[in-house]
Write a protein that binds this ligand. Structure first.
Ligand code: MTE
Ligand code: MO
Length: 355
């Protein structure tokens, strides 16, 4: 593969707006900030912390306008949370998909510090009848899509019940330092358990609505076909689907024949922990159970490893990993076309060369 790489070793998928992918073979328990994937739709807005305010309005008793210092004065929590772009793995789709062709690196786990959104909503007092909470970013532009309504902001909503959960933060630190401009300085949402598009960066407006919010970013983009009624309808993409990814061996890696090799990777689910990871070296005929490392941390990934007694026989091996969560959900063998080019968690094949 011939790819442009940034100074920090990220693969540049698009220069402007900035879209950069983490090289998954360099997996570590916590992704360093400068190695964390970047997904943007518009130019990065330059916001000074002293000029930033968060407006909370809509179906609330009291409209709020919080300053950066006021936000930092509220009780905060810190925990590792995984972000995965809903299009992560898109390069694996056949036929070739439109959109950014992420390989396996539009995912990372960082430690986020912030104030639970619920604390701010409680201050504002959500009125009876509030159903959706819109999170709007300061970034805006025109989307290259005939269905897009001219210049728009990036925004997504959460149902009120999710917005009130403790894993939803107004985050201002990533890995112990102020957010970088790429990752949403000065304040972004972090929505544990949901795909990355919910974690709105450069957050400036929170609006509670009395009706479900349906617009471009959740009824056209980041939406999938749901078959619950008579006809399929486009529903918003929400929860992260269970998935295991192999970091080593990497794609086309040359593995020495007849020697022990340490296979390792990461696995994650949305709202549930990973119960098991299995690994196959014969395209899914036989599976061996991997060892899960460390402790399960809700909404973060779990690293896993497995010793592989690499055979003497040289040649190409089709290796695979698959995860199952604590609710018994396991990865599918094929991508469901109703998901369009999102929520890609079918079991990938990695071709490895034993030499
Ligand atoms: N927030 C704003 N304001 N604008 C964006 O383009 N992209 C979203 C989300 N938040 C986006 C945004 C998407 S699709 C993803 S996957 C995550 O940010 C990526 O977060 P990161 O760039 O910090 O990795
Ligand atoms: Mo994304």
């Amino acid at each position: 593969m011939n790819e442009a790489v940034s100074r920090a070793g990220l693969i540049i998928r698009e220069k402007e707006p900035a879209n950069r992918e983490f090289p998954f073979p360099s997996l570590s328990p916590a992704t360093p900030t400068n190695a964390f994937f970047v997904r943007t739709h518009f130019p990065i807005p330059a916001i000074r912390a002293k000029d930033w305010t968060l407006t909370v309005d809509g179906e609330v008793e009291r409209e709020l306008r919080l300053t950066y210092d006021e936000l930092l004065g509220l009780p905060a929590t810190t925990s590792p949370v995984l972000l995965e772009c809903a299009g992560n793995g898109r390069a694996q789709l056949v036929p070739k998909a439109k959109g950014l062709l992420w390989d396996t690196g539009a995912v990372g786990t960082a430690e986020w510090t912030g104030v639970p959104l619920s604390a701010v909503l409680d201050r504002a007092g959500v009125k009876e009848g509030g159903v959706d909470v819109i999170l709007q970013g300061a970034d805006k532009g025109e989307v290259d899509d005939p269905r897009s309504p001219g210049v728009i902001h990036f925004e997504r909503s959460l149902p009120l019940a999710k917005a009130m959960r403790p894993e939803v933060l107004l985050a201002y630190k990533m890995n112990g330092k102020d957010l970088t401009p790429d990752h949403g300085f000065p304040v972004r949402a972090i929505v544990g358990g949901w795909y990355g598009m919910a974690s709105v960066k450069w957050l400036t407006h929170v609006t509670v609505t009395a009706t479900p919010f349906e617009e471009f970013w959740q009824s056209l983009e980041y939406a999938y076909w749901k078959r619950e009624r008579e006809r399929p309808t486009l529903a918003r993409v929400t929860e992260v689907q269970v998935k295991a990814q192999i970091a080593r061996p990497g794609l086309s890696e040359a593995v020495p024949a007849g020697k022990p090799y340490r296979v390792f990777g990461a696995a994650w689910g949305g709202g549930s922990d990973v119960a098991a990871v299995e690994f196959s070296t014969d395209a899914g005929k036989k599976w061996a159970e991997a060892r899960l490392l460390g402790e399960a941390v809700p909404f973060a990934w779990r690293l896993w490893e497995l010793p592989w007694d690499v055979p003497e026989a040289t040649g190409r091996y089709q290796v695979m990993a698959r995860a199952t969560d604590t609710e018994g959900r396991t990865q599918p063998e094929k991508h469901d076309a109703d998901r369009r080019t999102y929520m890609i968690n079918f079991v990938f094949t990695v071709e490895v060369e034993v030499v």
